[in-house]
Design a protein around this ligand. Structure first.
Ligand code: ADP
Ligand code: MG
Length: 294
C-alpha cells in the first residue's frame, strides 16, 4: 500500500476509536492468524464485584475485609478495586498501609498496623509458607467451580480466609469472537486466573484454546510458542494489567479500553472504546486498506 492509503486507513480507524500506530502495524495486522485475548478486562468487563467472604475459624468477616481492603486500596488491579468497594458497602474503610508491593502479579503484600499481610492466589501463598491453607480448600474449590476468582488473605503467615469476586462478560464479546472466527482466526484465551474460572468464561464466549494460571512472563512465552507454531502471525489484545510485555512480544499488540498507560505504550493498536468487536473492525479495516490500493 502507498503511504497515502495507510493514512486513509488509519484516518477511518481513528474516527471509530481505533488508533493505529504505524503503517507497518496495518500491514502486519491483515495477515494475522491467531488472536490471543487476555481474560480480565478484555473478554470480561474487568469490573468484578465481591461476591463471597469466608473467614477461617475464630476470624471475623469484618476483620478479614478490613485487612484485605487496606492493602488492596494501594493496588490498581480490578480484583483490588472489587475488594475495596465490597468492604466499603459493608461500612468498612481502608486503613493506612505501609511497605506495599505487588508480588509477581499473583498478589499483593503490605503492612497494616505493623503486621504483615499477603493476599493472592493459593499457589503464591503456599510458596510463601502461609499456614492454614488446607482448611480453606474445600470452600476454595466450591467457589472456583462457580466460575469465581478467589484470593486468599494471610496475616503474619496465617491464612485468615477467602474473598471471591465475579466479573461479567462484556456485552459484545460473544459476537466479537464469532466475527474473529468468520475472519478465519484461531482464538486463544490467556489468563493468570485459575483454570476453573477460565474454562467457565471460555465456554461461554466460544474460545478455541485456553491457557490458564499464566504469569506475566509466561504470557510472553505463550506468545512466542504461538509465533513459532503460526509463523509470526500472532496478535494479542489486553488491558495492560499484567500483560504489557506480552503485548510487546505479539506481532500486533492491541490495547483495549482507556486502561493503563503502560498498555498504550506497548501497543501497535489502541481500541479507545474498550469493545472487543473493534478488533474485528480493525482487522477488516487493515485488510480493506490493502485490498483497495495494492
Ligand atoms: P488476567 O490474566 O485474567 O488478566 P492477572 O494476571 O491480572 O489476570 O491476575 C492473575 C491472578 O493473580 C488473579 O486471578 C489473582 O489470583 C492474582 N492477583 C493479581 N493481582 C491481585 C491483587 N491485587 N490482589 C489479589 N490477587 C491478585
Ligand atoms: Mg489482565
Amino acid at each position: 500500500a502507498t503511504p497515502t492509503a495507510l493514512m486513509v486507513g488509519s484516518g477511518i480507524g481513528a474516527e471509530r476509536g481505533i488508533l493505529i500506530r504505524s503503517g507497518e502495524a496495518i500491514q502486519t495486522f491483515k495477515d494475522v492468524k491467531v488472536m490471543v485475548l487476555d481474560k480480565t478486562g478484555t473478554i470480561t468487563r474487568g469490573e468484578p464485584r465481591l461476591t463471597d467472604t469466608y473467614a477461617a475459624p475464630g476470624i471475623e468477616v469484618s476483620q478479614l475485609l478490613q485487612i484485605a481492603a487496606s492493602v488492596e486500596n494501594a493496588s490498581e488491579h480490578p480484583i483490588a478495586q472489587a475488594i475495596v468497594a465490597g468492604a466499603r458497602e459493608q461500612g468498612i474503610a481502608a486503613e493506612q498501609v505501609t511497605d506495599f508491593r505487588s508480588t509477581g502479579a499473583r498478589g499483593v503484600a503490605g503492612k497494616v498496623d505493623g503486621e504483615s499481610v499477603l493476599i493472592g492466589n493459593r499457589r503464591l501463598l503456599e510458596e510463601e509458607g502461609v499456614e492454614g491453607l488446607d482448611a480453606l480448600d474445600e470452600e476454595l474449590s466450591r467457589l472456583e467451580s462457580l466460575g469465581r476468582t478467589v484470593v486468599t488473605v494471610a496475616l503474619n503467615g496465617q491464612a485468615l480466609g477467602l474473598l471471591a469476586v465475579a466479573d461479567t462478560i462484556k456485552a459484545d464479546s460473544v459476537a466479537a469472537i464469532r466475527g474473529m472466527h468468520a475472519l478465519g482466526l484461531h482464538v486463544v484465551m490467556i489468563t493468570g486466573d485459575n483454570e476453573r474460572a477460565a474454562r467457565a468464561v471460555a465456554s461461554e464466549v466460544g474460545i478455541d484454546e485456553v491457557q490458564a494460571g499464566v504469569l506475566p512472563e509466561g504470557k510472553v512465552d505463550a506468545i512466542r510458542r504461538l509465533q513459532e507454531q503460526y509463523g509470526n502471525k500472532v496478535a494479542m489484545v489486553g488491558d495492560g494489567i499484567n500483560d504489557a510485555p506480552a503485548l510487546t512480544q505479539a506481532n500486533v499488540g492491541i490495547a483495549i479500553g482507556a486502561g493503563a498507560d503502560v498498555a498504550i505504550e506497548a501497543a501497535d493498536v489502541t481500541l479507545v472504546r474498550g469493545e472487543l468487536s473493534a478488533v474485528v473492525e480493525a482487522m477488516h479495516l487493515s485488510r480493506a486498506t490493502f485490498a483497495k490500493i495494492v
